[in-house]
Write a new protein. Structure first.
Length: 74
C-alpha cells in the first residue's frame, strides 16, 4: 500500500507519494487537490494523510474504502 500526503507548498497544495521528490498532483486550493485525489486514487490501494496549512494531520483516508482497517475511527 502506498502512502500519500496532501500538504501546502509555496502557495499551492500538493499530493505527494511518501518518499517521492515530485508531487503527483498540484492545485491552487486544497479543495481542488482533494477532488483530484479522489480520481487519482481510483483503482489504487493507498493511504492519504491530509494536512492542515500548519503541517499537522487533519485526516487520513484509505483507498479503496474496503481496505480501511476495521479498527480505525473512520
Amino acid at each position: 500500500m502506498d502512502n500519500y500526503h496532501i500538504k501546502s507548498h509555496d502557495g499551492h497544495w500538493d499530493l505527494t507519494r511518501q518518499g517521492a521528490d515530485r508531487a503527483s498532483i498540484s492545485k491552487p486550493t486544497k479543495a481542488e487537490v482533494l477532488e483530484a485525489t479522489h480520481q487519482f486514487m481510483a483503482g489504487k490501494t493507498g493511504s492519504v494523510k491530509i494536512h492542515r496549512a500548519d503541517g499537522t494531520i487533519e485526516e487520513e483516508r484509505t483507498y479503496p474504502r474496503s481496505a480501511d482497517p476495521s479498527t480505525s475511527k473512520g
